[in-house]
Design a protein around this ligand. Structure first.
Ligand SMILES: C[S@@+](CC[C@H](N)C(=O)[O-])C[C@H]1O[C@@H](n2cnc3c(N)ncnc32)[C@H](O)[C@@H]1O
Length: 181
């Protein structure tokens, strides 16, 4: 199951029941899963999305917005989730969005996101998404969040292909981060 990691984080007691922000939510699969478990979810996407929350015990409110300008209220969320979306942004925007997501967490809140890495020359094959080198990942991701914070896990997932608003891409490799504030 694609979102198994969310259930694991809940089972491990890392994500407390409460308020969730899902950035780049797409059709809302993660948002709906979380609301069915009793979370109250704000789900944001730049495109109109139909998100069904009937029979869920929590709520999902969909907000049509560009995550680059969506105001993330500081210290507000128990869980912030941004899966398969940051690679649409420029490097500076990725860095700024990570900073704002982190600031949006309550103390002990959990942030999950992934970025695309440049590995094995895949960058050359995939022109339509933003890749970060290992050095940039350290600079953009690890440095801003490591001080006094506890990265829970980081792992690598590979994709075969996909499409973005910037066109088709293939052979990306994504690095996922889960961070506890
Ligand atoms: C590959 S889908 C990922 C959907 C979902 N997060 C998941 O993991 O299944 C990427 C989503 O990001 C949205 N998106 C791309 N750029 C965005 C932006 N700047 N602001 C908000 N949403 C954006 C797209 O509309 C699309 O729904």
């Amino acid at each position: 199951m694609t979102y198994r990691y969310i259930l694991d984080l809940i089972d491990d007691g890392l994500i407390r029941k409460g308020k969730v922000l899902d950035l780049g939510c797409g059709p809302g699969t993660a948002a709906t899963l979380l609301s069915s478990l009793g979370f109250d979810v704000e789900a944001v996407d730049i495109l109109d999305q139909q998100i069904y929350s009937a029979n869920d015990s929590g709520t999902v409110s969909f907000i049509k917005s560009d995550i680059r300008s969506f105001p993330i209220k500081k210290g507000s969320y128990d869980f912030i989730h941004a899966r398969n979306v940051l690679h649409f942004l420029s490097k500076d925007e990725i860095r700024e969005t990570i900073r704002r997501m982190y600031a949006g967490l309550k103390p002990k809140g959990v942030l999950y996101f992934n970025v695309s890495g440049d590995k094995d020359g895949w960058k050359e094959k995939s022109k339509n998404v933003t890749f970060l080198t290992d050095e940039e990942v350290a600079l953009y991701v690890e440095n801003p969040i490591k001080k006094g914070n506890k990265p829970v896990h980081s792992k690598v997932i590979r994709f075969g292909f996909g499409t973005t608003m910037r066109g088709a891409y293939k052979y990306t490799h994504t690095i996922s981060y889960t961070v506890v504030r």
